[in-house]
Design a protein around this ligand. Structure first.
Ligand SMILES: [Zn+2]
Length: 372
């Protein structure tokens, strides 16, 4: 990753470049600040600049062999330590492919995004004892390319006591030409002894204008939408990404929902079967979000029919759809609809066969929608 890809943080980038150009890098550094402010992104750019064979005054070249390896996270002298769900892998190396994929998508992601990305059961990942053995092994190796070795420890607050103590030892006896970048969002869970041995690089919250510029250049939101979004995220790019992803899912779910209602209202069995086929292919997590969305739409329809309240929680597109659709959900069938969607959700969580389940769901929808 290059410095030019980073949102804002102009002063910090300058400081990092100066440090490397004058060869005054500390062997242990604490990058402190939210991932959404650019914590990991800065560590990656810093590392790429350090290894670049053709450094410019403001950035790495981006094309030399070292840059290419660093960018793909395959440089043999750059090691990563990050939290892993211990039941899946006890070490980062066991999940390095996932890590590369996550970073390739965007270097702006937080622990929650990482959990969603790696474990559909949502278990909490840690940096554990097994990892500390791996780290010591790596640190004892000679650098492959004869220069520096860099270790990037992401979300250091998730390290357990065993790892933290081993880590402390390493910091007390720094190895030659080894740079350890400790990345953390807050210091509460980090041993004071570790903090006192690392040079602090504080990563400040991004300014409104910087985030606004990012949103305008990377999305197709209107100026109004962009302003309203930026106002809600407190300078955190990860929150922008989460919001945009949700919006995308909502669009997808709305289309699936409309298709189900349309085909079952017309009693078009072929289309209903196609629908069930399509939904069985979107994965369990996607199916669960769709069913949650369907429950939301049924409740909103009832609210629209029986109260004068403004629908506060629907987008403009949804309001448009509900205007015509809500009359199909009444006191006669609302319980049935709530039941079929929540039962389906229950069974999907327990690994029911999705094709059978969604076919059945489509047929029951056909029955209930004509009971309005
Ligand atoms: Zn380069």
């Amino acid at each position: 990753m290059q410095f030019s890809e980073i949102v804002g943080q102009i002063d910090l980038k300058k400081r990092m470049i100066n440090e490397i150009r004058s060869e005054k890098m500390s062997h242990a550094q604490l990058f402190l600040g939210k991932n959404g402010y650019g914590n990991l992104a800065l560590a990656l750019s810093y590392t790429q600049y350090l290894f670049c064979e053709n450094k410019g005054e403001e950035d790495s070249c981006g094309v030399c062999a070292s840059c290419s390896k660093t960018k793909q996270l395959i440089h043999p002298d750059v090691h990563f330590v990050f939290p892993t769900v211990q039941a899946i892998s006890k070490t980062s190396d066991g999940m390095i492919a996932n890590w590369r994929e996550a970073v390739a998508t965007s270097a702006y992601f937080n622990l929650n995004d990482w959990i969603n990305f790696t474990d559909n059961k949502g278990r909490r990942p840690i940096v554990g004892a097994e990892e500390s053995k791996e780290l010591l092994k790596k640190l004892s190796l000679m650098s492959f390319e004869g220069g520096y070795k860099v270790v990037i420890i992401w979300m250091a607050e998730e390290m357990n006591v065993t790892f933290a103590n081993k880590m402390l030892k390493t910091l007390e006896e720094p190895a030659d030409k080894t740079i350890i970048l400790i990345l953390a969002e807050n210091t509460e869970k980090i041993l004071p002894t570790i903090m006192s041995r690392a040079q602090l690089k504080k990563i400040p919250r991004l300014g409104f204008a910087e985030v606004a510029h990012y949103v305008q250049s990377s999305t197709e939101l209107s100026e109004n939408e962009a302003q309203s979004l930026v106002a809600r995220v407190e300078g955190d790019i990860c929150l922008i990404r989460a919001h945009l992803m949700n919006a995308e899912n909502e669009d997808k779910n709305r289309i699936i929902f409309i298709e189900l209602m349309r085909s079952s209202y017309k009693k078009n069995v072929l289309e209903m079967m196609d629908w069930a086929d399509m939904v069985s292919g979107i994965g369990r997590e996607g199916q669960k979000t769709f069913l949650e969305y369907a429950l939301h739409m049924v409740r909103q329809s009832i609210l629209k029919n029986y109260t004068d309240e403004q629908l506060a929680r629907v987008s403009e597109e949804e309001a448009g759809f509900l205007k015509n659709f809500s009359k199909f959900i009444t006191g006669n069938n609302v319980t049935d609809f709530l039941n079929i969607f929540s039962e389906a959700h229950y069974h999907i969580e327990r690994n029911a066969n999705p094709k059978i389940l969604f076919t059945h769901l489509a047929f029951r929808t056909m029955r209930f929608i004509h009971f309005a």
